[in-house]
Design a protein around this ligand. Structure first.
Ligand code: HEM
Ligand code: MG
Length: 233
């Protein structure tokens, strides 16, 4: 059918965002991953995940235009431009300075994969612990990492997104199996029992999950001293 999962071909553009790559792999975005507009993003996140045009994603979709010279569209790979949205200390990709900041990396993903031992779900507490642990690992791997308030805010937001989209929108509890398939295969785990949330993911629900994650972290800036050019509040 139109929204069946299909692996990208060699000429299809994919980038550092598992959420958008998955939408392209299911045909909610062009499978080519190219010439994507802000409106196409907002339609696709709604159709694919029941994500409403929440503030952080409207902003991300507009920032995406700054990663290319195109006037009103971008390719998924453009999103890898380091420092616009793409940042160090990702959950499933390496730092730009360490090599490949675009493709899924099983070694980097180990921290999230192995979190919340003994149960079959991730939650806001485990997601917060993973953010802290990734930072400790990355301080060793990349002493020049960039870790300002901007990067931290974006990282908490991305974690709120994987919990919300793959799990329960109101509790932020997500089955490990769904999250792992989402990252590893960039696939909606439909055969495994996942379905698009009935409850719209909006600023309120994402904010609640965001706060839960944030409350499970301690964080301080570190690494290279740079001025974050996006004001986050
Ligand atoms: C990263 C999910 C929408 C651009 C991420 C990550 C997740 C995620 C979980 C973290 C990956 C990691 O740390 O390894 C989602 C979901 C979305 C969504 C579920 C939709 C509902 C968007 C939009 C944009 C975007 C609209 C911009 C057009 C990015 C970029 C990264 C990223 C550039 C790389 C950041 C990094 O890890 O360095 N996304 N995202 N995402 N996302 Fe999205
Ligand atoms: Mg990154």
């Amino acid at each position: 059918s139109a929204h069946q999962w299909q692996a990208p071909g060699p000429n299809d553009s994919r980038g550092p965002c598992p959420g958008l790559n998955t939408l392209a792999n299911h045909g909610f975005l062009p499978r080519s991953g190219t010439n994507i507009t802000v409106q196409m993003i907002l339609d696709a996140i709604d159709e694919g995940y029941n994500v409403q045009p929440i503030t952080i994603l409207r902003a991300a979709a507009k920032l995406a235009l700054l990663t290319t010279d195109n006037i009103d569209n971008f390719d998924l790979q453009d999103l890898a431009l380091h420092g616009t949205i793409e940042h160090d200390t990702s959950l499933s990709r390496n730092d730009f300075a360490l090599g490949d900041n675009i493709h899924f990396n099983e070694t980097v993903f180990t921290t999230l994969n192995n979190s919340n031992p003994g149960v079959d779900y991730y939650n806001t507490t485990s997601a917060g612990q993973v953010l802290v642990q990734r930072l400790e690992e990355d301080k060793i791997a990349n002493p020049n990492l960039i870790n300002t308030a901007k990067e931290f805010f974006v990282r908490v937001g991305e974690s709120a997104l994987y919990l919300s989209v793959m799990g329960n929108v109101t509790t932020g509890v997500a089955p490990k199996q769904f999250v792992q398939i989402f990252f590893r295969e960039e696939r909606m785990p439909l055969e495994e029992g996942w379905k698009r949330s009935d409850v719209p993911i909006d600023d309120d629900t994402l904010g609640f999950v965001f706060d839960g994650i944030n409350n499970a972290t301690t964080w301080e800036p570190s690494g290279a001293v740079v001025c974050p050019w996006i004001r986050v509040q």
